[in-house]
Design a protein around this ligand. Structure first.
Ligand SMILES: [Zn+2]
Length: 70
């Protein structure tokens, strides 16, 4: 099932990663400055899209766990 993905325009304060979230993630509402990436089957595809904008893009640990690297 496709999901809508967004990237946080504000980098994480610890590593500078721009996190990728789905629209249903509990952290989505806390992401005030975000860019819509599109609808994707997998978080991998969403992170790839996010990396066109931000070199350091990373999947959210909560909603995109398979794409989260620490
Ligand atoms: Zn998330």
């Amino acid at each position: 099932m496709k999901q809508k993905y967004y990237v946080n325009n504000n980098p994480q304060s610890d590593k500078g990663d721009h996190e990728v979230h789905t629209a249903t993630c509990p952290y989505f509402l806390l992401m005030y400055n975000r860019t819509y990436l599109g609808e994707f089957e997998t978080c991998q595809a969403a992170v790839l899209e996010a990396k066109k904008r931000y070199e350091k893009a990373n999947g959210c640990r909560t909603c995109s766990r398979p794409c989260h690297t620490s």
